[in-house]
Design a protein around this ligand. Structure first.
Ligand code: GLN
Length: 392
């Protein structure tokens, strides 16, 4: 007779995970043949030069494992770019790790740098993967809300989050979903607290080149003594419109990089080799590429803001990234999940319920997130569907 040990088939860690609401909305978009303004991914082509370079790398039989930390040429390219654009001094031999997307860089860094009992401060609204990464590490997420139209910190509330258990704070600038671009002054407050409490900054800077209205992207690692206590994360996905390539990286001082590399080594071995070759080309794009990228997105932002405001959404103008967190309370009394589910079915436009970017306490239920990382014609079509749905 078999013993009934009452054993679960799956790990308790899995209880921490909820299905990604963003990808769930993509599935609904496909099911209802809706326009997908939910998942932040372009529907337009990546630069030809980069695509060609990937094809050539495969044809040249560059198809085997790459060095675990990333190819030498790519790490050198990343270090050069970090110096010139971000003002971060990085040694390509010891401070750079190429990962499978910035998502792996973030999860790997949190796993590599935190322990059970540690606290990780995650300002909200936040992008969905920081919390499961913290929980799987056995650490505890602590949230502080970004306030008002400007999505700024209340300094007293932020300070109250720090204590002797605080191991790290996750800073996402430009922020997904709020579009907030943190200023040097705001980041200085964070830096001072990190130094006072001996905490690490882990930044998600994946939208660093998508900044509007002449604002400047600032990296936390460049402030005060943060260079030694910051992991700077970014990647190719958003800047070069290749979200499916999964090429990201983490820049950190040697001791932290050693730990991040160990987790990376045993998780994925290496990021895709031929795409790393193409990424080297990407790092050589001229300044004009980045100016055009931000300019094009600014036009898409302005079009989408106008279209949403016209039908009755209340929006805060994003300073960066490619999302709008729109308040629909004047259009419907529903909660955000219902609203998003009806919108995808009835209007044929998929969005993400805003609550998936907030912790469960004191929920925000009247907002949905639209992405405008789409062709002009896609945005126009979506705008027409929204006008029809809301009888404008
Ligand atoms: N970063 C993109 C977004 O926020 C895609 C993320 C995802 O697939 N989870 O929509």
């Amino acid at each position: 007779m078999k013993a009934d040990l009452g054993r679960r088939r799956v790990s308790k860690k899995i209880d921490f995970f909820v299905e990604s609401v963003i990808r769930q909305m993509t599935r609904l978009a496909n099911q209802y043949e809706a326009i997908n303004l939910a998942q932040g991914m372009p529907d337009f082509a990546a630069p030809a030069r980069i695509k060609n370079s990937a094809v050539e790398a495969i044809q040249d039989d560059y198809n085997q494992y790459e060095i675990t930390w990333g190819s030498v040429a790519l790490r050198e390219g990343i270090a050069k770019k970090a110096g010139e654009f971000n003002g971060i001094e990085a040694n390509p031999q010891t401070d750079v790790t190429v990962t499978c997307g910035s998502t792996e860089a973030m999860t790997g860094s949190i796993v590599a740098l935190t322990d059970p009992g540690d606290e990780v401060i995650i300002p909200e609204p936040f992008y969905e993967n920081y919390v499961p990464a913290t929980l799987i590490s056995g650490a505890t997420p602590k949230h502080v809300r970004l306030k008002g139209e400007v999505f700024g910190f209340d300094e007293e509330e932020l300070k109250a989050c720090f204590n002797s258990h605080t191991k790290a704070i996750v800073i996402n600038t430009p922020n997904n979903p709020a579009g907030k671009v943190f200023t040097k002054q705001e980041l200085s407050v964070v830096a001072d607290l990190c130094e006072d409490y001996d905490a690490i900054g882990i930044t998600d800077e994946i939208y660093e080149y998508i900044v509007y209205d002449g604002l400047k992207h600032v990296s936390l690692a460049t402030i005060g003594g943060m260079a030694d206590r910051t992991v700077t994360i970014s990647g190719l996905s958003k800047t070069f419109s290749v979200t499916g390539w999964r090429i990201g990286y983490a820049i950190a001082a040697k001791e932290m990089t050693d730990a991040i590399r160990k987790v990376h080594d045993f998780t994925t071995v290496c990021a895709p080799a031929p795409l790393q070759r193409a990424a080297v080309e990407a790092m050589k794009m001229p300044d004009s590429y980045y100016t055009k990228l931000a300019g094009n997105y600014q036009k898409k932002r302005d079009f989408t803001l106008r279209a949403l405001s016209e039908v009755g959404f209340r929006c805060v103008t994003p300073e960066g990234a490619y999302y709008i967190l729109a308040d629909f309370s004047e259009l419907s009394p529903q909660d955000d999940t219902r609203f998003a589910q009806d919108l995808v079915k009835e209007a044929g436009v998929a969005v993400v319920p805003g609550s998936s970017f907030y912790s469960q306490h004191d929920p925000v239920l009247s907002k949905v997130r639209f992405t405008f990382s789409k062709k002009e014609q896609t945005l126009k079509k979506a705008a027409a569907r929204l006008r029809k749905k809301f009888n404008f």
